[in-house]
Design a protein around this ligand. Sequence first.
Ligand code: GLN
Length: 542
Amino acid sequence: MPKFIFVVGGVMSGVGKGAACASIGRILQSRGFVVTALKIDPYINVDAGTMNPVEHGEVFVTVDGDETDQDIGNYERFLDIDITSVNYMTTGRVYRTVIEKERNLEYGGKTVEVVPHVPEEVIRRIKAAQRRAKADFTMIEIGGTVGEYQNVLFLEAARMMRLEHPKDVLVILVSYLPIPSKTGEMKTKPTQYAVRTLNSAGIQPDLILARAERPLDEPRRRKLSVFCNVSEDSVISAPDVDSIYQIPVNFEGEDLGGTILRKFGLRSRKRDLKDWARFVRGIKSVSKPVRIGIVGKYFSTGSFTLADSYLSVIEALKHASWKLGLKPELTWLNAEEYENDSRKLKELSKYDGILIPGGFGSRGVEGKIKAVRYCREKKIPYFGLCYGMQLATIEFARHVAGLRGANTEEVDPKTPHPVIHIMPGQEAIVREKKYGGSMRLGEYPCILAQSTVSRRAYAAPDIKERHRHRYEVNNAYRERLREAGLVFAGTSPDGLLVEIVELKDHPFFVGVQFHPEFRSRPLRPHPLFLAFIKACARRKKK
Ligand code: GLN
């Protein structure tokens, strides 16, 4: 019988519930079990695609084209598996299905009610994800914090599932223990309240992960045990870490894997966290810096959200740097600052490489184009992802191919040279304002041209990468751009869609229409990110 582990949050959000959930999955995997992980987001949005990344963090795109929460990215990175749309649900998605079923008479004339029909649909989805992955363990992270109104129906689903399969369901509370600076003493009371609140939803947690700045001491472990009604070995210390990749190793230090298996009456099939532990030691040992500037626009609310807006890009840069024994130093550069003050562009020379990630709309675009030009002319390694590729194409069109006023239709629908134009079929979508889930999304094949940087990096003639865009390189301009020296290094198999552009006679200048960052894994960095960081390291040496 498959096992299900719900992970819920106590006291406050943002304490690393997703990383904890992914880490627990990883340790169960290392003990020989098949693991999958689901994320439940308690908002009405059907997916994360319509949300501003500054508010919600990055939109993570799955192989099958779902626009999901960044935690799905953590699951993919920690578990080294591809996760599909069945593993992601939101309140909006669940209600939509229930209402559709009602319209199709699938409830056979019954009154359709919030309880039990909504939690039943949640459970149906959880079980479908388990079946699809043939998982021994299914991790289910319930977004939000215990005690808020929004996620009650998901807690209800956990309660109902446990009632149905008492031996196969565990609930883990990831709770926060504040240490007020004046007293310096770690407080357990908020967690006690969180457990009571969970109790009033009919759920007793089986384990408590005590998230805090510092490790948990013995008196507090006992206190949490007695007041929260869990055994002492079920209270796990989870202090802050320098790198989230350390968490599985720390958890195993507390024998969390063993405790979970004992609760289910199971034994480890093997124990193999060696590769992961070696990787974590590697992270700690790197000291030689590689300095990357990321030119973007999502800067409005401070560094916390900023890092979240580009999470997979950051992780991919880290994976590649660590693999090469380098310490990544990432700096955020605000594209808008280059728009009025070209002198500021000089700061780009301080970096070993510049990356422009995906983006939408016109804010900051001219600044990004200036940054691309600077990198092209000054021979600074440049890596453009999605919008970063489109803007590099525009820059080349304007300043090398002599196409004055070249632009993307996204920014200037009346441009004399729409070198980037809307994809066939997308016009009607935009006209009818059917924005949700309607971009070119998910994995598509790409053929790589001989003797290109990309072909050498991938060491393969064809690849598959994930996409999220409405605009593309306009084929009407391909010949002119090629004649001027732009290399089309990757296209769709029918040749109709440009997927990669490159420049010759440059240390590294690659723009990709897709999002390679979603495929980078800690132990298997992405080949293009590796090639980029290698080029950065060479520049550094010089
Ligand atoms: N805005 C561009 C498009 O829709 C690029 C999208 C992106 O960078 N993800 O094509």
